[in-house]
Write a protein that binds this ligand. Structure first.
Ligand code: ADP
Length: 260
């Protein structure tokens, strides 16, 4: 295996800038093949949604991009940097470019909301605390929680906690935002507010988004491209109007029939 860790620069002429590329990615847990020779790429600024049944490997892809797990075969490239193998220092640099929002919020319960958002910019990016706080306050205004700076996360509703988690991810000014079923732990009445916020972010920023979601209306609204997964493979992909309006694959039709 080559030890070369840097690929060609992502910028190629006047074409779109490719930010994420997976080539031949296979991931196994024991004798289970979770990702099976997967190929796909995401251009900068695009919003790509991963749909498909539970257990089809969607979350594993986000975890690979966050370098929380490694592929058994194939290559993963983020912003021109090949991830596996790569020295730890390079992985840290790549992680700075990626923000992730989890199903379960994962806020630090012993810190205020403001501190949750400023912690990584200060410790990882080296921002001054004043600058980090100013940015955090702007982001809290953006997510509609400007008055909650001093609250503890546990005093907030699930929807509010998820908004803080979104602000925390954006505070790192990532190039890519990974969203892993971010509304599936929320009470039903809180889902729409969080999805509206994400729609706004998709519309008003140039951030690249890779979302795993079961919210098909949301996927239809924000996606440039939808990838339908089954058993660790992309069985169908295309613009949302095609995937939701006229899917080719029987498995896609079945899945959409079940989740709608
Ligand atoms: P999805 O996000 O599509 O629901 P996942 O990527 O979470 O699918 O999981 C795909 C499969 O991999 C599932 O069968 C899951 O049980 C398995 N899996 C995920 N992580 C691990 C792990 N750390 N150890 C063993 N099996 C795992």
């Amino acid at each position: 295996m080559s030890v070369e860790t840097r690929t060609q620069p992502a910028e190629t002429g006047t074409g779109p800038t490719e930010l994420i590329r997976l080539e031949g990615v296979t991931k196994r847990f024991g004798d289970q093949t979770v990702l099976d020779g997967l190929d796909f790429s995401v251009d900068a600024g695009k919003h790509v949604t991963l749909i498909g049944p539970s257990g089809s490997g969607k979350t594993t892809i986000l975890r690979l991009l966050m370098t929380l797990t490694r592929p058994d075969e194939g290559t993963v490239t983020v912003d021109g940097e090949r991830l596996f193998p790569a020295p730890e220092k390079q992985l840290r640099e790549v992680r700075k470019k990626i923000g992730m929002v989890f199903q379960q919020f994962n806020l630090f319960p012993n810190m205020t909301v403001l501190r949750n958002i400023t912690e990584a910019p200060v410790t990882v990016l080296g921002l001054g605390r004043d600058e980090a706080e100013a940015r955090a306050r702007e982001l809290l205004d953006l997510v509609g929680l400007g008055d909650k700076c001093d609250a503890r996360p546990t005093r907030l509703s699930g929807g509010q906690q998820q908004r803080v988690a979104i602000a925390r991810a954006l505070a790192m000014r990532p190039k890519v935002l990974l969203l892993d079923e971010v509304t599936s732990a929320l009470d039903p009445e809180l889902v729409a507010g969080v999805l509206d916020l994400l729609r706004d972010i998709a519309r008003s920023t140039d951030i690249t988004m890779l979302c795993v979601t079961h919210e098909m209306g949301f996927a239809r609204d924000i996606s440039d491209q939808v990838l339908m997964f089954d058993s660790g493979r992309v069985i169908e992909s295309g613009p949302p109007e095609k995937i939701f309006g006229d899917p080719e694959h029987e498995r896609t039709r079945e899945f959409l029939g079940a989740v709608r």
